[in-house]
Write a protein that binds this ligand. Structure first.
Ligand code: H79
Length: 437
């Protein structure tokens, strides 16, 4: 009997695996499919990690990492958070100039602090800070004016709420009482999501994070996903659980890695699904503002990440952590402007394209639109580059930058591109292949 149980129990655990409790049988309506298509064409967005934690300039995990209790955090963080220089119009202008088409901002991170005027909690920016204004409202209004879509990052994990119980793997230094009503917490989360989906106009989607804190819990995802899809059928649901998408999700995300890669260690279980992909990355190594993190990626690295993501058929969601005064650190703002200048010239090879048809290689990636294949040569020095043959005959090859013809030879299983080493662009040399229709 005991041996029988030890065999069956693990199977039962698999049976109640998370996907079984997500929104089974979900059929996305046309509005949602159209939103997915828009998303896939948009290719580039700004991720914003902003909350009371910005005050410390030590990242968004400061509460957990520095073992700060709820009482200390409440006392020291929100009361010191006064982003008087926050200018939503300027942020959205910066986003547009960077060539980004959407923003995903933290409505609530793991610290549980709401960046809008929540009605079901007073733990929010309006009621607990000297600033006292709803930043999500200002941003939503500006995004509508400037035609940028707004998504909300929402943490399912909560280090502050008493009903987030039993506790998960993190947030154990908060000194909360050892009791709480889990489903009451989920009700609270659904109420906050309802506020975000009913009070801020059309929302691009909800970007969940924190499920991994309690992978064994009943997250009641069916109810939450159903709620979102009922309130806004075109809002896209995505979740950073590092697994193959659960039913009810509309896109698949990859944290700090290209689809199918696992250099950051988050994505060992994330099998590739058929939904639109999005990869998120930081400019330095921090999500929330970190004043000592100076390891900023160069503009070249950022452009190449964007291009690689597109070559893997994924969007690129690039993060900034604004400072507590409401400004973006200049090292980040300048890089965004430079990526935007690159896109101004080369956006045609990124927006509205799909990854491939050739597989990504160490030298670079390909994107395509209609009968044109864009060969993005990111790392190559020699005069001849051999690439796999596209699915249809190549009629013509030219440099995207100048239109100058590129000599090529068709082999049985390869196309040899003759590249003038002097014409190579250190960021990205784009060769356009015209395919036969
Ligand atoms: O919002 C940003 C981060 O704050 C959040 N996701 C991005 C977008 C994030 N940070 N870390 N993680 C997500 C994954 C965390 C993994 C770990 Fe652990 C937490 C490693 C150790 C503690 C989870 C719990 C895995 C092992 C224990």
């Amino acid at each position: 009997m005991r041996r029988w149980l030890s065999f069956v129990l693990p199977c039962l655990v698999v049976l109640v695996a998370p996907s079984a409790t997500a929104q089974e049988g979900y059929t996305p309506p046309p509005a949602n499919l159209a939103a997915r298509a828009w998303f896939q064409e948009a290719r580039f967005g700004l991720f914003i990690h902003w909350g009371a934690y910005a005050v410390a300039g030590d990242g968004e995990w400061v509460m957990h990492n520095k073992r700060i209790t709820v009482a200390e955090y409440e006392r020291d963080y929100p009361p010191a958070f006064n982003p008087a220089k926050f200018d939503a119009a300027a942020w959205v202008r910066m986003v547009k100039a960077a060539g980004m088409r959407y923003i995903t901002i933290t409505s609530k991170h793991h610290d549980g602090f709401a960046m809008w005027d929540s009605k079901v909690s007073d733990y929010d920016i309006v009621e607990r800070t000297p600033y006292g204004k709803d930043v999500l409202r200002q941003l939503a209004d500006e995004c509508r004016k400037q035609d940028v879509k707004l998504f909300f990052y929402h943490s399912q994990l909560d280090w502050h709420h008493p009903d987030y119980f039993p506790r998960g793997r993190t947030g154990r230094f908060s000194a909360r009482d050892d009791k709480g009503d889990w489903f009451r917490y989920l009700d609270y989360m659904d109420q906050q999501l309802s506020e975000l989906l009913t009070g801020y106009g059309d929302i691009g989607g909800i970007w969940f994070d924190g499920w991994w804190d309690k992978p064994e819990a009943d997250w009641r995802l069916d109810k939450t996903y159903r709620l979102i899809h009922r309130l806004q059928p075109a809002a896209l649901v995505g979740a950073n659980h590092h697994r193959k998408p659960f039913p009810g999700e509309d896109f698949q995300m990859f944290e700090k890695d290209l689809p199918g890669h696992n250099t950051a260690g988050f994505n060992e279980d994330s099998e590739l699904g058929s939904l639109p992909f999005e990869m998120c990355e930081t400019i330095n190594n921090s999500w929330g503002y970190n004043k000592t993190d100076g390891r900023h990626k160069s503009t070249k690295q950022l452009v190449q990440l964007l291009v690689k993501a597109a070559g893997y058929d994924a969007n690129f969601l690039l993060n900034v952590g604004p400072r507590p005064d409401g400004t973006i650190q200049p090292e980040h703002a300048s890089r965004l402007a430079e990526v935007g200048q690159w896109l101004e010239k080369n956006g045609e090879t990124i927006y509205g394209t799909r990854g491939g048809p050739l597989p990504p290689r160490p030298w670079g990636v390909t994107t395509h639109k209609g009968s044109r294949v864009f060969v993005h040569v990111l790392d190559w020095q020699d005069p001849v580059l051999s690439v796999a043959r596209p699915p249809r005959p190549v009629k013509k090859a030219s440099l995207f930058a100048t239109g100058a013809a590129v000599k090529f030879t068709l082999e049985k299983d390869a196309v040899l591109l003759r590249l003038d080493p002097k014409a190579l662009d250190p960021l990205d040399t784009i060769v356009v292949l015209e395919l036969a229709p």
